[in-house]
Ligand binder design. Sequence first.
Ligand code: GLN
Length: 537
Amino acid sequence: MKTKYIFLTGGVLSSVGKGVTAAALGRLLKERDFKIAIQKLDPYINVDPGTMSPYQHGEVFVLDDGAETDLDLGHYERFIDNSLNQVCNVTTGQVYEEVITKERRGDYLGGTIQVIPHITNEIKRRIGLVAKTTGAEIVLIEVGGTVGDIESLPFLESLRQMRSDVGRKNSFYIHVTWLPHIGATGELKTKPTQHSVRELRSIGIAPDMIIARSDYPVDEEIEDKIALFCDVDKHAVVPMVTTDILYQIPLTLEKASVGDFITKRMELEIRKKPVWDEWESMVQNMRQEKPSLKVAIVGKYVELHDAYMSVKEALHHAGNANGVDIEIAWIHSAELEKEGKLQQLEEVQGIIVPGGFGERGIEGKIAAIKFARENHIPYLGLCLGMQLMVVEFARHVLDDEQPNSTEFDPSTPHPVIDLMPDQRDITDMGGTMRLGLYPCQLQKNTRAADAYQQDLVKERHRHRFEFNNAYRDILKNEGMLYSGLSPEGRLVEIAELETHPFMIGTQFHPEFLSRPNRPHPLFKAFIEAILEKDGMK
Ligand code: GLN
């Protein structure tokens, strides 16, 4: 079958959930037995989001192959449950880097290099790589930002050209817009959608479907109006009302016959009728009232929950599997450094210190870890959260405040966390960490091995620093277990405390592999440990 392309553009506003919509559409087609991949085209000039502040961009999502990508890739993987690869996130920076490298090499000798066709051809080449590298039959492509942004023009022009390149039945354009609500009259307005579609048409793209996001129910009159003014089929105007449970969206789109409309219009064979029973009962389960647990996420970007998107999702997946709701207490690590602020932790039943970089708030995180250790509160440390768990334990057993990671104190006499030798001479910041999937051998009779029920697992990494092996024996003698090691035994991948009900730190990021219907074993075990400790199990 020839590769089919579904393009998603955004109109009116950003942040209306275009990424989740793309992810949900992917699920709709996967349920029909097609091989799916999703690609995000990001118009910014950074080569990848790896060097951006989480305040700017939210979480950096890491793929198996080590690509540092937009957080929407996390939604894609959670919904379609296929591992994506580095070609699935393209930025303007990557496109220009490639074209300029070729120009310097002399590949275009004699030619003038222009946005059309050189940049647009490179964009189209990268779109083409998705099917080639993943084997996908249908590729969904989401363009970041909104129509009208200067930066996204080359991407939109490439999308426009794709229709004649691949043909009408192999391309489908969806415009995701927003219907503002006017409080005074209680009305939803379609005008911004009309304007946005007009803008899209002026670029040469006529949408085949409009997904209209709204905080309020959309009546038929509004749908008719959008169909008429924007010149789309009435069945192709799909209202999508805001929901608190993201995983509801595929069901909503299915009910609106979006899957059938697209398959018919793209002349896709009917392979399988979608069966939603399992997904539906998962969503129903999420919706049901359940006892609630309070878990703290102690980080320095907590004002922006998107910075911890995958951790948040992984917690909810694990809660759902254990029949409890998870209420997240977002605690700023720098706050915990202030007098009397640690008391906040008395109200939580579990503590997570997620990944992070830089010195701000480090002592607050260490204080939270100490609190978890001393009060026997279940603790899960993710990457930096593992490194600081080691620092805190070393300070305790050596009865000395100086042990540290050399990331925060380069001259500490006890560098329990230190740079890996192969990281020492690297000065570039972009894409130079230990990134992507690495194997981890679990050690028998540990909590981590119990949780996984496997000997060897592969997990995703993103860090420069590592456990310093010079301290292995010292800390082991005091009760630290190395429950996961790299297969040759050189690197500590998981550490845990023997005499604590649940104190585990992972050098990798388990949150990236959690799925709504397949919670990550360590998150699941973490929630179980809380339930056991509180006599709820
Ligand atoms: N800053 C630490 C390192 O580079 C931890 C990174 C992380 O938490 N992802 O090793």
